[in-house]
Design a protein around this ligand. Structure first.
Ligand SMILES: Nc1ncnc2c1ncn2[C@@H]1O[C@H](COP(=O)(O)OP(=O)(O)OP(=O)(O)O)[C@@H](O)[C@H]1O
Length: 829
């Protein structure tokens, strides 16, 4: 212990001398407690005093290092406290006895949704996500921004398509100034500035340390090294913060853009369906819209953020370094550097390949290839039956080769450019850097005639480092020309996607009809709308009435397009009882057990392609009514259920999800439904054996690829189960029983009649006549014939059909003879 004292004393003396010599601070009589205050005061005093330049600079470095460390420390502590508090809060919430949650999302009164999504490794861990309500006004407003862009006059002197597109898109990425993305962006800018400041200090410190080494000043060297270590803390923190903020910002942009697209793409205006009719959107963006929504959005957001960081970093560097270097190199030196930059930038821009276009093409090739694989998986069984492997492999190889060609093309074009870029930016610029950095040293030596090696060395080191950093900043700025070019490609793709979605989402969308007035987003909606789609739709009607409707295939020809059926007119039930008409909100599904009225039915018959399914499309309002006197009267959406020809099964859903579609699993429990109901329904449609096959009722929770698991007939029976569950008063069935056996078909139609559903059946089979009250025969020449079944007329027509069949039967004998003769002749050959 006694031996330690002299050692301690020696350390104290070294520390005191270090302060004395490096900062001119006398600490002999100072008390330890007051040490930080005294040092800070002294440093502040040094900076403001007119004394030694060296000490002043050193004091600046120390103070700024301390400032940055303080900032780093405070933000670190604040973050730790915040995460601790959130953990405590989460723990406290978990302790609360809480309701068993069966669903993953809740719809709030204002239309916002609260979702609980898995978070972290622990499956129990759920994160709460609030998705604000959809703002329809915003879409109506934005629609015009996109429309005016398409029509804008590009004759301005400094028109840039890319900048104009970005100036519209940024409103989606950062909707308002108080948005969290705006804060993140400010933080990023703050850290970028901080990074440049730190680089400046590191450059100065570097020079100082070299000078200390050359002059063999051990104490100053130690002090500067200490500063070096101190500055390293905030320096390393800053770089990782910049990277993190860039990534976070990109993800936030992606969330905003994806939600914006989803809200437009998937709402009751059915943009996802109508987009196929948009004749103006022939681009690959729409052909592979899934790829655009999933991949292009992500690539665009990454590219925007990285271009911003790649430009902001060197620009800040350039400003700061050139201000500092101006003191050493003079205005002329700095001007020389910048002239060099601009000349190089101009030269490189001229040599720049059209990367935007190439990247866009590569994206579309990626989409084609990906989509083909998707199609292959979805139709694997059909392809296997047809043994179509070879054709498919040929196709997929062509698409893959095309993708590879596009990728290689981008890389090949880039390689040439990169070589020139590297030569100019890495080597020419750094050589120029050395020349410029040596100017002050040479000038000082010539003018003073004194060659102070230590000072020269320090000056040179600082200037060289700054020059190289400046050259590096300049070259990064030049490199980002390439990134900007790529970004233009992605921006254009996203812009096209949003423009098309806005066009299709517009109320006035005329199914791609091209008129003199241009696109569907018009100034005078009513005039435009009336012009192409002139039919009328009456909603909340207590039946289905089609009056004078021309069934026309939607196309760019509008009402001049192919007409399938002329002035179609029918109605079910034949007599409308007005008092039972109810709106959606007045009737809950559980109340609708057995309907009032007898329930009426219509069978639509006709040859292939005559337009039977198109009638269903018009009733479901997914096809428009073109003719002016066409009137469609339909019940409220909950009263009408359309069963399409191709059964649809929700992906990765449970059996329950399939039975209750289009109701969501969450809503099923929310509205108080029980699995018991579904079991009863399965019994009604004779599918209860599915539950016996596996884990009983729990099988309702089984997830599978139900489209493949169920047979054709089972899939169609699930459609009947859906009708039984939703109990709509009106159902439209398109070829809903063509895969079902005759006895089962008989049972199912009787079930519909027993529950007094009103239904329209579209079929090729006249044998279904016995379950219907009316029949509508569609002919291939646009004509149709409606008749009441059971009437004299109907009986006569059926009798006529029987007569026809009987005449045919009489011919059977002669046909048989003919056949056997042909067989004999063939045997001779
Ligand atoms: N989106 C579309 N674009 C172009 N033509 C279409 C479109 N949808 C249907 N058609 C055409 O409209 C015609 C009628 O189609 P629809 O599906 O109504 O026939 P259908 O009478 O139900 O025939 P099927 O008995 O074979 O089901 C067909 O010739 C079809 O090719």
């Amino acid at each position: 212990m006694a031996g330690d004292l002299p050692n301690l004393e020696r350390v104290r003396k070294i520390v005191l001398r270090l302060h004395q010599e490096c900062l001119g601070l006398d600490l002999k009589d100072a008390v330890f407690k007051k040490y930080p205050g005294i040092v800070l005061k002294h440093l502040w005093h040094l900076i403001r005093s007119e004394g030694s330049m060296n000490r002043r600079k050193r004091a600046q470095i120390i103070l700024i290092s301390l400032g940055f460390i303080g900032l780093t420390g405070i933000s670190g502590v604040a973050y730790s406290v915040y995460s601790l508090l959130s953990k405590i809060r989460a723990g406290a919430l978990n302790k609360r006895p809480f309701m068993r949650r069966t669903r993953s999302q809740i719809m709030l009164d204002n239309g916002a949704r609260v979702m609980y999504i898995p978070y972290g490794d622990d499956e129990e861990n759920k994160k709460r996500v609030l998705i604000g309500p959809k703002d329809d006004d915003r879409y109506e407003h934005d629609k015009y921004l996109f429309k005016y862009f398409a029509k804008s006059n590009r004759s301005q002197l400094f028109y840039s398509r890319f900048v104009s597109q970005l100036s519209i898109l940024y409103r989606i990425l950062i909707p308002k100034l108080t948005d969290r993305n705006a804060f993140l962006l400010s933080f990023q800018i703050f850290f970028l500035i901080m990074r440049t400041w730190l680089s400046l200090f590191v450059a100065r410190l570097d020079g100082q340390i070299v000078k200390d080494i050359i002059s063999r000043n051990g104490r100053k060297f130690m002090l500067d090294l200490m500063c070096w270590f101190l500055i390293a803390f905030p320096a390393s923190y800053t770089n990782s913060a910049i990277k993190f903020l860039q990534r976070k910002l990109s993800l936030n942009f992606r969330v905003n853009l994806t939600r914006y697209i989803h809200d437009m793409y998937l709402d009751n205006r059915l943009a996802f369906y109508k987009v196929t009719f948009d004749t103006q959107a022939a681009s690959s963006v729409i052909a592979n819209i899934d790829n655009s929504v999933a991949n292009d959005v992500a690539k665009f957001c990454d590219a925007v953020c990285s271009v911003f960081a790649n430009i902001a970093k060197p620009v800040i560097d350039l400003v700061f370094f050139s201000v500092y270097l101006r003191d050493n190199l003079g205005t002329l030196g700095i001007l020389g550097i910048f002239v060099n930059y601009f000349v190089t930038g101009f030269f490189l821009k001229k040599l720049m390949p059209p990367l935007g276009k190439l990247v866009s093409k590569r994206s579309s090739a990626e989409g084609d290839y990906y989509n083909y694989h998707l199609n292959l998986i979805q139709n694997s069984e059909e392809i296997a039956f047809y043994q179509g492997t070879q054709v498919e492999r040929g196709k997929v190889n062509v698409l893959y080769n095309n993708l590879m060609d596009q990728m290689l093309l981008v890389d090949r074009v880039k390689a040439k450019y990169n070589a020139i870029e590297d030569y100019v930016l890495k080597y020419t610029w750094s050589a120029l850097g050395y020349v410029f950095a040596s100017i002050p040293t040479v000038v000082a030596t010539f003018t003073t005639g004194v060659n102070n090696e230590e000072v020269n060395m320090r000056e040179f080191i600082v200037n060289k480092r700054l020059m190289l950093s400046l050259a590096d900043a300049g070259s990064r700025l030049m490199h980002s020309i390439k990134d900007i070019s790529q970004l233009t490609g992605y921006t254009n793709r996203i812009f096209v996607l949003l423009s098309v979605l806005h066009r299709v989402h517009a109320k006035q969308f005329a199914y791609g009809a091209i008129t003199d007035e241009g696109d569907g987003l018009d100034d005078k909606p009513s005039q435009r709308f009336d012009d192409v789609l002139r039919g009328t739709v009456q909603r909340n009607f207590n039946g289905i009435r089609v009056e004078n409707i021309d069934v026309i295939i939607p196309s760019k020809l509008g009402r001049e397009g192919t007409k399938l059926i002329n002035k179609l007119t029918f109605q079910i039930p034949p007599v409308i009882i007005p008092e039972t008409a109810t709106s959606d909100s007045q009737v809950s599904i559980s109340q609708k057990i057995v309907f009032q009225g007898p329930g009426s039915s219509l069978l639509i018959l006709g040859p292939n392609g005559c337009g039977k399914s198109s009638i269903q499309r018009i009733i479901a309002e997914i096809w428009p009514i073109y003719n002016k006197n066409g009137l469609l009267s339909i019940p409220s959406p909950s009263e009408l259920f359309c069963v399409p020809q191709k059964p649809y099964f929700i992906q990765d859903g449970t059996l329950r999800d399939q039975l209750i579609y289009p109701m969501a699993g969450d809503d099923f429990f929310d509205q108080g439904h029980k699995d018991r109901e579904l079991v009863q329904i399965l019994q009604e449609v004779k599918l209860e054996y599915l539950l016996k096959r596996d884990r009983g009722w729990k099988y309702l929770d089984a997830r599978a690829d139900w489209k493949d698991v169920l047979s054709g007939g089972e899939r169609q029976r699930v459609n009947f189960a859906r009708i039984m569950f939703h109990k709509p008063r009106f159902a439209v069935l398109d070829e809903a029983t063509n895969a079902i056996s005759a006895d089962m078909e008989d049972y199912l139609f009787n079930l519909l009649k027993r529950y007094r559903f009103n239904f329209i059946t579209i079929s090729q089979r006249p044998s279904l006549i016995k379950y219907h009250d009316f029949s509508l025969d569609i002919n291939s020449d646009e004509s149709w014939h409606l008749q009441m079944l059971g009437t004299d007329e109907a009986i006569t027509s059926i009798e006529k059909e029987i007569e026809g069949l009987e005449t045919n039967l009489q011919n059977v004998e002669s046909w048989e003879k003919e056949r056997s003769e042909l067989v004999k002749r063939l045997a001779h050959i």
